[in-house]
Design a protein around this ligand. Sequence first.
Ligand code: HEC
Ligand code: HEC
Ligand code: HEC
Length: 277
Amino acid sequence: MMSALHRFRYSGISGEKKIMKKLGLIVVVFALLVSIPMIWVETAEAKEVVCFESRKGSSEVTQRKIGEDLLNVKCSPTTGAVLWWGDPFDGTVPMGVMPIDADYTHGEAVVKPRSKKMTLLSICGVACHNGTYPPLPKNKKPRKLTMHKDLVPDSLSLQHGRGGIWCLDCHNAKKRNKFIDNFGGEISFDQPQKLCGKCHGPVYRDWREGIHGKRIGEWASDGKKRWFVCTECHNPHDVQQGARNRGFKQLVPEPAPKLPKGLKNANHERHKTKAGH
Ligand code: HEC
Ligand code: HEC
Ligand code: HEC
């Protein structure tokens, strides 16, 4: 480019004008070529809809087309929660081996892998807790932590269990990308039910039979179902949810449905009042 300009500098004013015109055109075409896809990306981004399935901040899905006129999820415009699934099995994997036969053994049981939602999982046992620095903990006594304050603001008053349990009652001290069972064995991040189940027997038994928690998919008892795992609903680091002191962060309720045409209020079943019809 420079040498071309250089050459034309000596070919008189008209020559310079010509090349400037040409260059100008090239610049315009180039700018257009660059900006068209950028504009396209921007509008595509502006339209992106992200909603959560069960726990805000930990179960987000991005709305996308999975077929002609079919979306993976429909999201509530008021609460941002998923209202409907176009494919309840989208992004799921088999539940994996479970130690005891229960309702999930009657049909095909799938789950959404939690490991995909973890930001640190792929590096935690390699980059940090590799046994060198920090050294592997010698015991399970609670101690003040300088890391992970985003997850646990004050490690000396861990909300879960009201001081009764510690990180290493759940996390494997030697292998950080696993949980730990009652016998020192490993539990996958994708099967948190096995971890929670070691202390919450009654709720775990209810969950296994489909009484506690949630399943979506086929109705038939031997059909295919997506089972929601415990951590999709409960925050393991703050199950008490602060002042609320209960195990589940309340969701914003959906607004009441619109009244059918002609009705002034929802009192229409009390025929003695003048409301409704
Ligand atoms: C009751 C069991 C339990 C206790 C106690 C516990 N955790 Fe966890 N922790 C979990 C579970 C379960 C997950 C996976 C969460 C999920 O699926 O959303 C997790 C995830 C994590 C992660 C990974 C987050 C990411 O995005 O990659 C870190 C780091 C962590 N815990 C640190 C701690 C620390 C530090 C403590 C102690 C102060 C602690 N945990 C105490 C159960 C526990
Ligand atoms: C090492 C034992 C242990 C493990 C593992 C464990 N918990 Fe807990 N959890 C407790 C204790 C202890 C309490 C406090 C119970 C109390 O105060 O009555 C508690 C309380 C809770 C509560 C609050 C109950 C309430 O309403 O106050 C929820 C919800 C809960 N745990 C869910 C989970 C989930 C989900 C997991 C798996 C990620 C899990 N727990 C793993 C011991 C455990
Ligand atoms: C679909 C969401 C969902 C899933 C999945 C789920 N829970 Fe819950 N859980 C709840 C709700 C909602 C409550 C009621 C909380 C309240 O009363 O505020 C609750 C309550 C609890 C409590 C407190 C019970 C009590 O009687 O006070 C415990 C403990 C608990 N769950 C553990 C678990 C464990 C362990 C699993 C997995 C095996 C699990 N949950 C799976 C939504 C869920």
